[in-house]
Design a protein around this ligand. Structure first.
Ligand code: NAI
Ligand code: 15L
Length: 265
C-alpha cells in the first residue's frame, strides 16, 4: 500500500494505531482537527474538519486506503454529530468516489444495537436498535457505506467496534472488549483481502462472554487472539458488581441507553 489515510488520528484509537500501522503503508496520512504533533519519517499530517467538503476532497486524493476513525464517538449535541458523523461521512464517500474509490474501514459501533439485552446473541442480520443519536449516526454510516457499494462498487468494511481500549474497565466490557492487537490484525485482513465487498464485522476479541457472531466475516481470515477473561479476576478485585437491573448490566449498549438527548444550548 502506498498511502493509508487515518482520520481521527488524534483520538484514543488513532493514537494507539499510529505506530502499529506504520509498516502497513509507505506513507501514513494522519488527519484530525486536534494537534497531531510532529510528522514521523513516513507520515504526513493534514488538519481537516470532516464537515468541510473541499478539505476532505484534498485529504482523500492520492490515498489507496482509508481507516476512518474520525468523528464524534459518544452521545453529544446533534449539531456536532450531524457535522462530523453524517455530513463528514458523506463528504468522505464523495471524495472517495472522486479519487479512485480507495477501500474504507468504517469504525461503526456496538451502539447501533445498544438496546438489545445482554442475554441476547446477535449476528449481522439482526435489526439495528440504536441507543442514542450517536448510535443512529453509525446506522446512517452503515447505510451510506452499503449504498455506495451497491451503486458504485465502493468497498467498505463496516466494523461495529465493541470497546477497543487497553483493557476492560467494567463487567460489560468482558463481553465487548477488543484488544489493540486484534484490531491491528483486523485492519491488516481488511486491507489485504483480495475481495472485500461491504461486510459488517463485529469488532470484538475472542471473549468467552461475547454476544456477537462473526461467522459471516470468516472469509477475511481474521482470528482474534485475545480474551477479556484474563482481566476478570482484576475487575472482581477492584470494581463493584453493578445492580443486575442497572442499564450497564442489562443492555448491550450499557450506560449509553440512559444518555439524554443533549440540548443545543
Ligand atoms: P475519539 O473521540 O477518541 O477520537 C475521534 C477523533 O475524531 C478525535 O480525535 C476528534 O478530534 C476527531 N474528530 C471529531 N470531530 C471531527 C471532525 N468534525 N473532523 C475531523 N475530526 C474530528 O474516539 P475513539 O475512541 O478513538 O474512536 C475512534 C472511532 O471508533 C470513532 O468513530 C468511534 O465512534 C469508533 N468507535 C470506538 C470505540 C472504542 O471503543 N474506542 C467503540 C465503537 C466505535
Ligand atoms: C463506543 O462507540 C464509544 O466510541 C467508545 O468510547 C466506548 O464507549 C464504546 O463504544 C463502548 O461501548 O464501550
Amino acid at each position: 500500500m502506498r498511502r493509508l489515510l487515518i482520520t481521527g488520528a488524534g483520538g484514543g484509537l488513532g493514537r494507539a494505531m499510529r505506530n502499529r500501522l506504520a509498516s502497513m503503508a509507505e506513507t501514513l496520512r494522519l488527519s484530525d482537527i486536534v494537534d497531531l504533533g510532529e510528522a514521523g519519517p513516513n507520515e504526513e499530517i493534514v488538519t481537516c474538519d470532516l464537515g468541510d467538503a473541499e478539505a476532505v476532497h484534498r485529504l482523500v486524493e492520492g490515498c489507496d486506503a482509508i481507516l476512518h476513525l474520525g468523528g464524534i464517538s459518544v452521545e453529544d449535541k446533534f449539531s456536532k454529530i450531524l457535522n462530523a458523523n453524517l455530513l463528514g461521512l458523506y463528504n468522505l464517500y464523495e471524495a472517495a468516489r472522486a479519487h479512485g474509490k480507495p477501500r474504507i474501514l468504517f469504525a461503526s459501533s456496538n451502539h447501533t444495537v445498544g438496546f438489545y439485552r445482554q442475554d441476547e446473541h446477535l449476528d449481522v442480520t439482526d435489526p439495528m436498535k440504536p441507543d442514542g443519536l450517536y448510535g443512529v449516526s453509525k446506522c446512517f454510516g452503515e447505510a451510506l457505506a452499503r449504498m455506495y457499494f451497491e451503486k458504485f462498487g465502493q468497498e467498505t468494511a463496516i466494523v461495529r467496534i465493541g470497546s477497543c481500549m487497553e483493557k476492560p474497565t467494567n463487567y460489560r466490557m468482558l463481553s465487548t472488549w477488543m484488544s489493540y492487537d486484534d484490531f491491528t490484525d483486523l485492519i491488516g485482513c481488511v486491507f489485504r483481502a483480495p475481495m472485500l465487498c461491504c461486510p459488517v464485522i463485529w469488532g470484538v476479541s475472542d471473549n468467552n462472554s461475547r454476544w456477537w457472531d462473526n461467522s459471516a466475516a470468516s472469509f477475511l481470515g481474521w482470528r482474534p487472539k485475545d480474551n477479556a477473561e484474563r482481566f476478570r479476576a482484576e475487575l472482581e478485585a477492584t470494581v463493584p458488581r453493578p445492580d443486575p437491573d442497572a442499564p450497564i448490566a442489562k443492555y448491550q449498549g450499557g450506560q449509553f441507553t440512559q444518555d439524554p438527548i443533549f440540548s443545543e444550548n
